[in-house]
Design a protein around this ligand. Structure first.
Ligand SMILES: [Cu+2]
Length: 110
């Protein structure tokens, strides 16, 4: 029973390794920014192109994440809500919360 199962799994494991190698070895990551106390934490986040950023609103009121260039805009993020953005374009993107314009952050995509 065990032997049959191992024989079945070994080629699958090999396939997984080959798939990783053929994609250049970089698996996109998800990084998070917490929104709390009217601040983006961390205020500056650097990610690699293809990574996903998730903003999580830990405040008791709504916020948003709006790039000054218009590259991305979350719309309203409710308390306890979150918003995900996949960073497809390289660059430096300053952003604010338009509801509280003193809230500033920067997303750097390399
Ligand atoms: Cu806000």
């Amino acid at each position: 029973m065990m032997t049959a199962r191992r024989r079945f799994l070994a080629p699958l494991a090999m396939l997984a390794v080959l798939t990783l190698v053929s994609t250049g070895g970089y698996a996109a990551e998800t990084k998070s920014v917490s929104i709390e106390g009217l601040k983006f934490l961390p205020a500056t986040l650097t990610v690699k192109q293809g990574d996903t950023v998730i903003w999580k609103n830990a405040d008791l009121f709504a916020h948003n994440v709006t790039a000054e260039t218009g590259a991305f805009a979350s719309g309203e993020i409710a308390p306890n809500g979150s918003w995900k953005y996949t960073a497809k374009k390289k660059g430096t993107f300053p952003y604010i919360c338009t509801l509280h314009p003193t809230m500033k952050g920067t997303l750097i995509v390399k």
